[in-house]
Ligand binder design. Structure first.
Ligand code: SAH
Length: 310
């Protein structure tokens, strides 16, 4: 094995909802991107040249930005913040040694490339990514790349995490299923953005480490389960969103069965390691809306079949 987990190519426009038109992205590095220092980039990081064929319509977070939300163009820490009455997570500003790194990551890798959901930006600023990578990779934790976490798996590139959770259109309060716990970083970001997070990991040692890490950091609304996530997690269904952080060959039917009406599945589908396309499936009763969210590269979603054949 040896592909990147959650690596993506980059848009050249500044992004935002108005950026959501077909073929608006192209390969290569954005001129605005900092890029890794030569020689420090993860060997697992990959770059691709593909077009984005998004056919999503309009402002993707319209469902969230209802009148009970007050949009505050906060200047604090340079992050635009969304505040709800009684919700002060936006004011919980971590003061730590890596805050500058994370702010840089948020501004240059996320906001400049079109991540527009202020709650997502805030969550990515607050979650201490440096605590989810192996100690020797802490200096690279905020680089624009996936990083190895052992067992031939990776923590996804920051943009990929932000892009997927944004695509899930979370408003807070949702019950979310994540497939592929890995380091636990994605689950921590989801913990800020939703009500309850269930995350499934097939490699027990990764799951145990992630569970301990999340507990130490105080993420009380995350449950880590060891198991085959290609079967979903029937025990706690239905979910308002299912986010799959490993590439499936086809959409597992369990995800469709376990999704609530109006819910979203965000999943990369395609050949292993290369040529995967991320999709969002939105359930509308018995109908499904399908959005193509562009090309990515993920580690494979291992199924029972794969294991039997291994
Ligand atoms: N979300 C993670 C990155 C995940 S990488 C993070 O933030 O760090 C993909 C993960 O999916 C790997 O840890 C891999 O072991 C796991 N995985 C692959 N197939 C799986 C399956 N069938 N069930 C559960 N986890 C699986």
């Amino acid at each position: 094995m040896g592909g990147g987990g959650g690596d993506r190519w980059q848009p050249v426009c500044a992004g935002g909802p108005q950026c959501d038109t077909a073929a608006h992205w192209e390969g290569g590095r954005s001129p605005r991107s900092r890029g890794p220092t030569p020689g420090t980039r993860s060997a697992l990081a990959t770059e691709f040249v593909l077009l984005r064929f998004a056919r999503t319509g309009g402002w993707p977070f319209a469902g969230c930005l209802t009148s009970d939300l007050r949009v505050r163009l906060g200047k604090r820490e340079g992050i635009q913040q969304v505040e709800r009455p009684g919700d002060d997570f936006a004011s919980q500003q971590p003061a730590d040694a890596f805050l500058e790194e994370r702010r840089w990551m948020v501004d240059h890798q996320l906001r400049n490339r079109g991540i527009a959901d202020r709650r997502v930006l805030q969550a990515m600023l607050e979650v201490p990514r440096e605590k989810f990578v192996p100690a020797n990779l802490i200096p690279l934790a905020h680089e624009d790349a996936a990083q190895p976490i052992g067992y031939e798996q990776t923590i996804s590139q920051p943009f990929t995490v932000a892009y997927m959770v944004e695509a899930a259109r979370l408003c807070g309060g949702e019950k979310v299923l994540e497939i592929g716990t890995g380091s636990g970083y994605g689950a921590a970001v989801l913990s800020h953005l939703s009500g309850q997070v269930y995350t499934v990991e097939r490699i027990e040692k990764l799951a145990d480490a992630a569970r301990a890490r999340l507990a130490n950091l105080g993420y009380a609304n995350v449950t880590v389960v060891v198991g085959d996530g290609s079967l979903g997690l029937a025990r706690y269904q239905p979910y308002d969103a299912i986010i799959v952080t490993a590439a499936a060959r086809v959409l597992p039917t369990a995800y469709q069965d376990q999704l609530a009406d109006g819910g979203r599945i965000v999943i990369p589908i395609g050949a292993q390691f290369f040529g995967q396309t991320m999709y969002r499936y939105t359930r509308r009763g018995d109908d499904w809306e399908i959005d193509n969210l562009g090309g990515f590269a993920f580690v494979p979603l291992v199924t029972a079949e794969d294991q039997a054949g291994a």
